[in-house]
Design a protein. Structure first.
Length: 270
């Protein structure tokens, strides 16, 4: 098992997929309790949802599960949302605050260090390499980080989430044109709700790589799983009819992002 799967393309757009992987080394699986083994917090079928939407797009996908280590968390362990409920670099609970490890089997500091080396760093080394490669091709790179979550998670947020949750760390991680275009397309998507920099402002990946001054733009999209799953409970089946309706809007978003990136004048490039 390799910790990251890379599919290189020629577009200025890169899709990051940090949470679709379900691989667990046997020794880690054995330490999870029954709740943890459900892998409830997976971004179920998000790789399938985006597959084929933008010709030439590059994808960088973590193959390991976030319970091994979360590829979208600061490797230092610093919280993304200080003062708010969240899960950490190596989660000890799920999104409903239920323990996921057997008694006495929770990850140690040594475990975290080993998993950083074996999983987290290889994923980000691959992602950084693709950003550099794409920027060298086009003079600009746009990282679109793909996520999903249950629409109702009381431990993490109140009420029901909008269907499209756009995160740019309050405009810091991308040029305004990208945020505006994505927000406008989401607003025009009939039957869906959206928010910009609401509960999700972009995870560590978006905040770490999004540096518009360096011609690297990043935006996170957190979708509600109700928008493309038959149920947000096990077995988390993909709903083809829901998904195809959503995919039409996602294709417009990615196409528009690519067009903006391609339209930048030579003076906007390194």
């Amino acid at each position: 098992m390799t910790p990251v799967d890379v599919r290189q393309g020629t577009s200025p757009v890169i899709l990051g997929l940090p949470h679709t992987g379900t691989f667990l080394p046997a020794e880690i699986f054995e330490r999870l309790n029954a709740q943890g083994r459900l892998l409830t917090d997976t971004d179920w079928h998000v790789d399938r949802l985006y597959d084929g939407l933008l010709p030439g797009v590059t994808t960088v996908r973590a193959t390991f599960h976030r319970y091994v280590i979360d590829a979208n968390r600061d490797p230092s362990g610093k919280s993304l949302y200080p003062g708010q409920n969240t899960t950490g670099l190596v989660p000890v609970t799920d999104f409903d605050d239920r323990p996921i490890w057997r008694d006495g089997a929770a990850p140690t500091d040594a475990d975290v260090a080993e998993r950083l080396d074996a999983f987290h760093r290889p994923y980000h080394a691959a992602l950084a390499a693709e950003i550099a490669r794409v920027r060298a091709l086009h003079g600009v790179a746009v990282l679109y980080d793909c996520h999903s979550i249950r629409s109702v998670c009381p431990f993490l947020f109140e009420g029901r989430l909008p269907d499209f949750n756009i995160g740019t760390d309050n405009g810091r991680t991308c040029a305004p044109a990208f945020e505006t275009a994505v927000a406008d397309l989401c607003a025009a998507a009939d039957g869906y709700s959206h928010v910009v920099n609401g509960r999700f402002r972009g995870g560590w990946t978006t905040r770490h790589y999004g540096k518009p001054a360096d011609k690297v733009h990043a935006i996170q999209m957190e979708l509600t799983q109700a928008s493309h799953l038959a149920s947000e409970d096990p077995p988390f089946d993909y709903d083809p009819q829901k998904a195809e309706r959503l995919r039409a809007h996602l294709a417009k978003i990615l196409t528009r992002i690519e067009a903006i990136a391609s339209s930048l004048t030579p003076g906007d490039r390194p």
